[in-house]
Design a protein around this ligand. Structure first.
Ligand code: GLN
Length: 211
């Protein structure tokens, strides 16, 4: 199983290192061919405006949407969350609208450009996540199919999941936190091998590849 990490810009190395630390093969994704055979994808933090341009320039828009629509798990962190959001406050065009949320960029303003908190993320177990926020977005609206995975103490939503798409406002990979990556890897192996009785049939191209 191989998980792609979009490596156009931003904090992709830390994601590759986190995958490595849990024994999962990661692969840099810079062009569509790099997505072939990927069982999942990570969209890292960085600058979403730059990522928008580079995703277009390298023709990655369609292949990423196709991968997501085939059911492969996708994890977006910080700028990666903005890349996935269906709506970006301030009327910006969405980038890869795969996640039914509205986000506000740089939501914590200048006074609080970056901060770290211990965050409860019940799907990952009892131990809190050490969450690093850097010029982070927040989720301002969620669609009916979206689950909230974490909120700040003031109630603001900072981690969500909609089916195979997970997004966090913060950077788990900068704090040695590997549980989101483990969850992604578990979802990726279920995607590769849905198993008996799961009620899900693999996408035809996946089935061909699995042989
Ligand atoms: N502020 C950045 C943006 O709007 C995101 C910051 C980050 O990924 N650390 O894209």
């Amino acid at each position: 199983m191989r998980i792609g990490v979009l490596a156009l810009q931003g904090a992709f190395r830390e994601h590759l290192e986190t995958l490595d630390a849990i024994g999962v093969e990661g692969a840099r994704v810079r062009e569509p061919a790099d997505l072939e055979g990927a069982s999942g994808l990570i969209l890292p933090g960085g600058e979403s405006t730059t990522m928008r341009q580079l995703i277009d320039r390298w023709g990655l828009h369609e292949p990423i949407v196709r991968l997501a629509e085939s059911g492969a798990p996708i994890l977006g962190t910080c700028a990666g969350m903005i890349v996935l959001a269906r709506e970006i406050a301030g009327d910006e065009r969405p980038i890869l609208p795969l996640l039914d949320v509205a986000v506000a960029r740089n939501a914590f303003g200048r006074q609080l450009e970056s901060f770290e908190v211990e965050l409860a993320v019940p799907v990952l177990g009892d131990r809190p996540v050490h969450a690093v926020f850097i010029r982070a977005p927040v989720v301002e609206r969620i669609g009916p199919g979206v689950d909230v995975l974490a909120r700040l103490d003031d109630g603001r939503i900072v981690a969500v999941r909609e089916r195979n798409i997970i997004a966090t406002s913060f950077h788990p990979e900068l704090a040695g936190e590997a549980r989101f990556h483990r969850l992604l890897a578990t979802m990726a192996s279920e995607f590769d091998d849905p198993g008996e009785g799961s009620g899900r049939r693999p996408h035809p191209t996946r089935r061909a590849r699995a042989r």
